[in-house]
Design a protein around this ligand. Structure first.
Ligand code: HEM
Length: 152
């Protein structure tokens, strides 16, 4: 029973994070590129602020639930399959990239938008986008490893 609750939270964490990145990168990004910089950058700052709160929850929920299941169901690292090692490895790379982005290019972007300094805000945006794009690819691979890996 406990493991099913934990796996449900784990899957929901993955859906919130990877699904949010898929929407942000594949749908929102090309759609807002037609807007004028002040509107586009203000909208993106509001989107990031709300989305990153969800990601903070996911980066706590995913490892905690993942490791509890790993130790209670599979006897820890030694008893876990290659797909679980791949998932946790990629998971930590994703978490590191997210933390780097939140403390790296994101604060100057947010400050520039608050100051209506549009050229400065636009200067920081490509790095944020690039990191979300990389994390999206890693996240999709991780979801495939986590869900389909056990059948290999
Ligand atoms: C960071 C450390 C992580 C650990 C220790 C971990 C651990 C696990 C374990 C033990 C399972 C069950 C696998 C099985 O029964 O074969 C699992 C499933 C899964 N994991 Fe992770 N995981 C981690 C990170 C992630 C991340 C970052 C994502 C996606 C962004 C993710 C997505 C999934 C998915 C989609 C499943 C399948 C759920 C299902 O089929 O119900 N995991 N994980």
């Amino acid at each position: 029973m406990m493991n099913s609750v934990l796996m449900a939270l784990h899957a929901l964490g993955a859906v919130a994070w990877v699904g949010g990145m898929l929407f942000a990168y594949m749908v929102l990004r090309p759609s807002v590129d037609v807007m004028e910089p002040p509107h586009k950058l203000t909208l993106l700052a509001a989107v990031f602020r709300r989305f990153f709160i969800w990601v903070w929850h996911a980066v706590v929920v995913l490892p905690v639930t993942g490791y509890v299941v790993m130790f209670s169901l599979y006897n820890g690292f030694a008893g876990s399959g290659v797909h679980i090692h791949l998932m946790q490895g990629l998971g930590w790379v994703m978490i590191a990239l997210f933390v780097y982005m939140v403390f790296g290019p994101y604060p100057p972007f947010r400050r520039a938008v608050a100051a209506a300094d549009w050229p400065e805000a636009a200067r920081h945006l490509p790095r944020i986008r690039r990191i979300i794009g990389i994390n999206l690819i890693l996240g999709l691979i991780t979801v495939v490893a986590g869900s389909a890996g056990r059948f290999l």
